[in-house]
Design a protein around this ligand. Structure first.
Ligand code: NAP
Length: 253
C-alpha cells in the first residue's frame, strides 16, 4: 500500500473535486495535509470535514501564495515533502469568442499560478520532495472550445519536464497527471445550463473507451503513488488517467 506516512503535503485547490479527494487520501495514508483555496468559507468547510489545515490563497495572486508559504512554514517547520499543484479553472470558449478575461483568468490560475506556486514553495521543499502538477489530456486532444484551457495545460506539461531536469540535483521529482473527464464541480462552474452540461457529458462519455467519467478518488490514488517513495525513480513523466480516451480510437467498441 502507498505510504506517505510522516510526510507534509500541500494541496492547492483542495476544497473540491480532485484536490479534496487527494487531500483525503494523503491524510488517510499518513501525511500531514494543508489545503488551499480561494474562498474562506469553502476552504474552512473542507478543512473541517477532512481534519486538515485550510489556508485561503488565490492561486492567481502572488502575494497570497507568499502568505500561504509563510503559513505552512510556521506550522510545518520541517518543510514540505509533497506539493500537489491542482487549483484550476475551465471556461469553455470557441475561437473567435475568446475574451481577454477568459485568456487572462485561465492562464493566470492554471499556468502562472502553478509556476509561482512552485517558485514560492521551492525554498521550503525538502530534498526528496515530490511535486505533482494536475494537467489534463486536453493538452493533447484538440477538443472544441478548449483552446486556451488546453494551451494552459500544454504549457504546464512542458514546464514540468524542465522543472524535473533542474530540480533533480535536489532529488525533487516533478511529474504531471493528465486526467480525462472526471466527475467534479468544475463543469458546473462553466456557466453552461443543465441541458448543455448533460449533452456535453453524454458526448464526452461516449468517446471514452471505458464509457464513463473518472472519479476524483481514482486520480487521488495515482497522485498518492507519485507522492510516495514507491515512485522514487519517476520524474519528468506524464501519466494519462483517462479511461483510454487518449488512444483516440477512430471507432469505439
Ligand atoms: N474534472 C475534470 O474533468 C478534469 C480533467 C482534467 C483536469 N482537471 C484539472 O483538475 C484540477 C482540479 O479540478 P476539479 O475537476 O477537481 O475541479 P473543482 O472541483 O472545481 O476543483 C478545483 C479547485 O481549484 C480551486 N481553485 C480554482 N481557482 C482557484 C484560485 N484562483 N485559487 C485557488 N484555488 C482555486 C477551486 O476552488 P473553488 O471551489 O472556490 O472554485 C477548487 O477547490 C484542475 O486543475 C482542472 O483543470 C479536471
Amino acid at each position: 500500500m502507498t505510504n506517505v506516512s510522516g510526510k507534509v503535503a500541500v494541496v492547492t485547490g483542495g476544497n473540491s473535486g480532485i484536490g479534496f479527494a487527494t487531500a483525503k487520501t494523503l491524510k488517510e495514508k499518513g501525511a500531514t495535509v494543508f489545503i488551499t483555496g480561494r474562498s474562506e468559507e469553502r476552504v474552512q468547510a473542507a478543512a473541517n470535514e477532512l481534519g486538515v489545515t485550510g489556508i485561503v490563497a488565490d492561486a492567481g495572486n502572488l502575494s497570497a501564495i507568499d502568505a500561504s508559504v509563510e503559513a505552512v512554514k510556521a506550522q510545518a517547520p520541517q518543510g514540505v515533502d509533497i506539493l500537489f499543484i491542482n487549483a484550476g479553472v475551465f471556461f469553455p470558449t470557441p475561437i473567435g469568442a475568446i475574451a481577454e478575461e477568459v485568456y487572462d483568468n485561465t492562464m493566470n490560475i492554471n499556468f502562472k499560478g502553478a509556476v509561482f506556486t512552485l517558485e514560492k514553495f521551492l525554498p521550503i521543499l525538502n530534498e526528496g520532495a515530490s511535486v505533482i502538477n494536475l494537467s489534463s489530456i486536453n493538452a493533447y486532444t484538440g477538443m472544441a472550445n478548449t483552446a486556451i484551457y488546453a494551451a494552459s495545460k500544454a504549457a504546464m506539461n512542458s514546464w514540468t519536464r524542465t522543472a524535473a531536469t533542474e530540480l533533480a540535483p535536489r532529488n525533487i521529482r516533478v511529474n504531471a497527471v493528465n486526467p480525462g473527464p472526471v466527475a467534479t464541480a468544475i463543469f458546473g462552474k462553466t456557466g453552461m445550463s443543465e441541458e448543455q452540461l448533460n449533452g456535453f457529458a453524454g458526448a464526452m462519455q461516449n468517446r471514452v473507451p471505458l464509457k464513463r467519467f473518472g472519479q476524483s478518488e481514482e486520480i487521488a490514488k495515482l497522485v498518492a503513488f507519485l507522492a510516495s517513495d514507491d515512485a522514487a525513480f519517476i520524474t519528468g513523466s506524464e501519466y494519462n488517467i483517462d479511461g483510454g480516451i487518449n488512444v483516440n480510437p477512430l471507432l469505439v467498441a
